[in-house]
Design a protein around this ligand. Structure first.
Ligand code: CA
Length: 230
């Protein structure tokens, strides 16, 4: 079955061009002219991805994204006529996955769609630790289970924990983590990594107060350990 993509865009001509380009690539495409209708559709249908215009006549694309994020994790690509960097930051911070400025070539959008969907489809190697059930990362749903309990994580917390879990024991510097996880966000501060580590630690503790797998290496960075825990 082909992957379904939802386009929420009030300019029919743009939607038509995108629809044509995506269909040519084998995707099935649906189009809504209003944000409210798009949200309605997203609640009913499980799409593989949504392409979302920011300037919509009823509610802004940002608001659509914010509301969508309360019930779905599907990738969202923003379209905007505005070029201000602030759009880009806001869009990604509220849970957008990518961003394309108008005017764009349909090919560019199709390529981004393909890249994002392929990334999601890549088989997820289960995180193997010496203790099998300590952490389980499910990339497709952006969820991590810890000690068998699903964690309630923000997107950045998810990426941070997932990154650390890719190489247990390895020390990641703040700069390295910033680069890898917050590369799109421009208004971050030196404290961004520390703040997220802190909330992660709290969430881990809430699940199992006996373990403290997040290790702070003073002046160096952070690692996650599973070894001494067993
Ligand atoms: Ca528009």
């Amino acid at each position: 079955m082909s992957q379904r993509i939802l386009i929420i865009e009030d300019e029919q001509a743009i939607a038509d061009t995108l629809t044509y380009a995506l269909k040519t690539e084998g995707y099935s495409v649906e189009h809504c002219l209003l944000g409210s209708l798009g949200l309605e559709r997203m609640r009913l249908v499980s799409y593989s991805l949504a392409i979302l215009d920011i300037g919509l006549p009823d509610i802004s694309g940002f608001e659509v994204c914010r509301q969508a994020r309360t019930f779905t994790n599907i990738p969202i690509i923003f379209l905007t006529a505005r070029t201000e960097e602030v759009d880009r930051i806001v869009g990604l911070e509220i849970g957008g996955d990518d961003y394309v400025s108008k005017p764009f070539s349909p090919r560019e959008v199709v390529t981004r769609v393909r890249v994002i969907l392929r990334r999601l489809e890549a088989p997820v190697a289960p995180v193997t630790t010496t203790q099998d059930d300590l952490f389980k990362v499910d990339e497709a749903s952006a969820r991590i289970r810890y000690c068998g309990t699903p964690m309630d994580l923000t997107r950045y917390e998810f990426f941070l924990l997932k990154t650390l879990l890719e190489h247990p024991e390895r020390i990641y510097t703040r700069a390295g983590l910033m680069n890898k996880i917050w590369h799109d966000a421009l208004d971050t501060s030196d404290r961004t990594v520390d703040t997220h580590i802190k909330t992660l630690r709290t969430k881990l503790k809430a699940i199992n107060s006996n373990l403290d797998p997040l290790v702070t290496h003073r002046g160096m960075g952070y690692s996650i350990t599973v070894r001494e825990l067993i």
